[in-house]
Design a protein around this ligand. Structure first.
Ligand code: FES
Length: 137
């Protein structure tokens, strides 16, 4: 076997052996999401703390609370309807609380304590594969 033939043979072998790995890597990152649903993070990120904040998701700002295996997944736009601060989730009281003027919102986004008078916008949310996905309601 000539030197050039040997180099070509080794090169083709390397390409052929790495092709399945490359295809698997590409397919795991392009898991299709249901139409009109947007990925806001991974279920692993959500499960770490029980909440996931995606300030710049394609659906807008989204705060998801719950776990990927729980039945109580909830997603809201965390922009306070009083003056635009970002609400946080208080797991111990199961409320969204605004740090600016202490408005409180229930897990359904509805106002429980002012000064805010309008509910937080909510999103339908689900786990799809390893992704947390939302759809504006
Ligand atoms: Fe949230 Fe005022 S901005 S209570």
């Amino acid at each position: 076997m000539k030197r050039r033939d040997f180099i070509n043979w080794v090169g083709l072998g390397l390409i052929a052996s790495s092709l399945p790995v490359a295809i698997a890597a590409c397919s795991s990152q392009t898991t299709p999401v249901s139409k009109n649903w947007e990925t806001v993070g991974t279920s692993a990120e959500l499960d770490k703390t029980g909440q996931l904040l995606a300030k710049n998701s394609p659906a807008g700002p989204v705060l998801v609370v719950g776990t990927s295996k729980g039945a109580n997944l909830t997603a809201v736009n965390p922009t306070c309807t009083h003056a635009g601060c970002t609400v946080g989730w208080k797991a111990e009281t199961k409320k969204f609380v605004c740090p600016c003027h202490n408005s409180e919102f229930g897990i359904d986004g509805k106002v429980q304590k002012g000064p805010a008078t309008e509910a937080l916008k909510t999103y339908a949310v689900k786990i799809e594969g390893n992704s947390v996905v939302v759809k504006a309601s």
